[in-house]
Design a protein around this ligand. Sequence first.
Ligand SMILES: [Zn+2]
Length: 338
Amino acid sequence: MKNFDPKYNEIPKTEIHAHLEGAIRTATIIDIAREHGLDLPSYEVEELNPHVKVYDQWENLDAVLGAFGIAQRSIASPQALKRIAWEFFEDSARQNVRLLEVRFSPDWAFSGHHLDWDAALDGILSAKAKAESEFGMAIGLIAITSRSMGSQSCEKTVDWAIRHRDVICGFDLADSEARHPISEFARPVLRAKDAGLGITIHTGEDTPAQTVRDTILAVEPHRIGHGINIIEDMDVVEMVIERGITLEVNPWSNYLTHSVPTIESHPLKKLFDLGVRVTINSDDPEVLETNLNNEYRIAHEVLGMSFEEIKKSNSFAVEASFLPEAEKQKVRGVFLQD
Ligand SMILES: [Zn+2]
């Protein structure tokens, strides 16, 4: 659930793992559908919510795929994308997020309406410039390849991200790791890394610790999306600590996807105590009906992280951010430990 408890809201925050496609307000989905003549199951927020949000641990993927299908169709024009990005930045600023990295999969997100990738990027960039000046936020963009779209899509996305290296700061692989292991994508991922892009890979979410080991050995990413299942294998935990790899953890998302059986059993605090550089993030704040304040509430009230420990995890995020040093420098003072 969305949380605006001042106790959490006032903490200056970092968000380094959030998908733009999962951050579209329901009212905006409706407005865009009306404007572009798109079919929706309902044009009322309350009635549409069950089709675009996941409230409980899901039994199968269908509900989620339906929600993301509607999100994809909502990315109907560069102008719509500008609005979506702006509103996500606004929702983040409202929770005192000061360093934000947002990621999207161009080959998936822009294909619903065959948008020109560069025009779509311009829509995001104009929202970013406005949010940076109005909210004093530092914002970075990460390009994703959805694994199920294959290695050709990955090559194409890497080419595009490298071409926009001045504004795209990182590269990520997402979705269906069990069916599409890192070995299928190692070559383009290493190409992105060689070009200077920060590398983060979704791994060890609903897949075993071994997949994280395979990923580290194949591409040695700077960061890992989720990675919570390393807790099953202390050798992999050691590997992550020794190499200084930062985990982008998303507690509520992990619960909803059954990656942990109960929210109380989430290993966030255990990993922190072991010395892993964990960060706290929201993944898909609208689809999963959460926000960063809610993730902080879970970390503190359910998992027992102190506010000092949460602040420490924010400093891990600042250090591991893919933003250029000069951009980080603008907000670094906000996160200094007192
Ligand atoms: Zn994710």
